[in-house]
Design a protein around this ligand. Structure first.
Ligand code: LLP
Length: 418
């Protein structure tokens, strides 16, 4: 197993992403900064294309994983569609040059305004998650003189064997419509003016390391598709959601080939187009968070490396106790100590990594790895901390794809009392 999980990250004396030294990025753009590799996201995308092996399919990148316009642009140029969960994400896709006709709209709480925007943009499909949402969508579509293409997101009740916060396909989750209710909902949808039934969707969870549950979910979904055919309802696509896991530490995630094999076996010979909604597996290991050590603080029980990134920049460790590998940008040949890598925020939960063996000095740069997905998109301004800059590496080039926020930006929409 390679010493760290990120492709295109290497260098013996100092770390480079593709051909660019991370210390040069820190000098030019400051820290904390998210740094992404275009080659890595391209490889991940091509991995799915390879696995699909010529099957008619559209990869709808899950925008929530990382919604920077530069990243969306890179995926759009690869031919991707997009899975969105808000009107805001749709506006980003359009601003990035993505094709709205390749957009699927997921989410349990779509507002009428979001539906209007999506209809006006002629998106490919609404993934409807409740009976009430269907009625509202039909109404909004009729009012705007348009037809909404829909799929129901069905809940296949399959255990994805992942973190409870990110498993979504169980009966106890708020997501999707119950498997047993789906058939009646499809009948209702087929009878509604303003609605055109076009597909079926399911998504069972995230960071899935075992390919079997995705195959089981596809099999469950297929039984429904067959029932629907008997009811005279023909579907154009089957959307199997996202969820393929990545390596953060010592996990052994499946390749796209291995992950999709059971799904493709279940769907072999079917006419319907396959849609996928991967997020993490396309961008997670294409990005890292570059940070500088401000202080080393020896403690009685623990030593702390206090860095200039914090839980507001990368929430996953605080929120899910998630593991991100941490590596010095320029390793020192000195004895290591065990550190908790923490930020400056006034919360004990403000840690990025715990109990890591590091040979470091104050002022050194650290790379927090596998931070491309659900890093920047979950960042906040807690403690009035401007959000980090974002840089995309492309071979020897680097592009600033988001300027570091300024403090004035943070309160620009606020005002003092009259
Ligand atoms: N489709 C739907 C309907 C989803 O809800 C999600 C993720 C995806 C696709 C993309 O799943 P992926 O391929 O990225 O696993 N913030 C958490 C992850 C939340 C995932 C939510 N839904 C984390 O940082 O681990």
């Amino acid at each position: 197993m390679s010493p760290h999980p990120m492709p295109h990250l290497g260098g013996s004396t100092t770390l480079r992403l593709e051909s660019v030294e991370l210390k040069a990025i820190a000098e030019q753009f400051g820290t904390p900064t998210y740094v992404y590799s275009r080659a890595a996201l391209t490889d991940a995308y091509r991995g799915y294309e390879h696995a699909l092996n010529g099957r008619r399919a559209t990869l709808c990148y899950a925008v929530k994983a990382n919604s920077n316009l530069g990243i969306l642009d890179a995926f759009a140029r690869l031919g991707a569609g997009f899975d969105i969960v808000s009107g805001g994400e749709l506006q980003r896709v359009i601003a990035a040059g993505g094709d709205p006709r390749k957009v699927v709209f997921s989410g349990v709480g779509k507002t009428a305004a979001e539906m209007q925007l999506a209809l006006a943009s002629d998106i490919r499909c609404f993934n409807v998650e409740s009976a009430e949402e269907l009625e509202r969508l039909a109404q909004v579509a009729r009012h705007s003189g348009r037809t909404a293409r829909i799929a129901f997101r069905v809940n296949p009740d399959v255990d994805p064997k992942t973190h409870p916060y990110i498993s979504t396909g169980l009966k106890s989750n708020k997501f999707g419509v119950a498997f047993d209710a789906a058939r009646n909902l499809y009948r209702r949808a087929a009878s509604l003016p303003g609605i055109e039934v076009c597909g079926i969707a399911s998504h069972i969870g995230s960071q899935l390391l075992d390919p079997a549950p995705a195959g089981e979910a596809a099999a469950r979904v297929l039984t429904l598709v067959e029932q629907l055919t008997r009811d005279g309802i023909r579907l154009q696509h089957i959307d199997i959601g996202g969820g393929m896991g990545i390596r953060y530490n010592d996990e052994a995630p499946p390749s796209a080939d291995d992950y999709l094999a059971p799904v493709l076996a279940v769907l072999a010979g079917r006419e319907e187009e396959i849609l996928l909604e991967p997020g993490r597996s396309l961008i997670g290991n294409a990005g890292l968070l570059l940070t500088r050590i401000e202080y080393l603080k020896p403690g009685e029980e623990k030593h702390f490396a206090i860095v200039d990134a914090a839980m507001n920049d990368l929430a996953r460790p605080a929120l899910y106790d998630a593991y991100h590998a941490v590596t010095p940008v320029t390793p020192r040949n000195e004895p290591a100590q065990t550190y908790d890598v923490v930020g400056p925020i006034c919360e004990s939960g403000d840690f990025l990594a715990r109990g890591r063996s590091l040979a470091v000095h104050a002022g050194d740069l650290l790379a927090i790895l596998s931070a491309g997905a659900y890093g920047m998109t979950m960042a906040s301004n807690y403690n009035t901390r401007p959000r980090a800059a974002e840089v995309m590496i492309d071979g020897t080039q680097c592009h600033l794809i988001r300027a570091r926020e300024r403090v004035e930006d943070l309160y620009a929409a606020e005002s003092r009392l009259p």
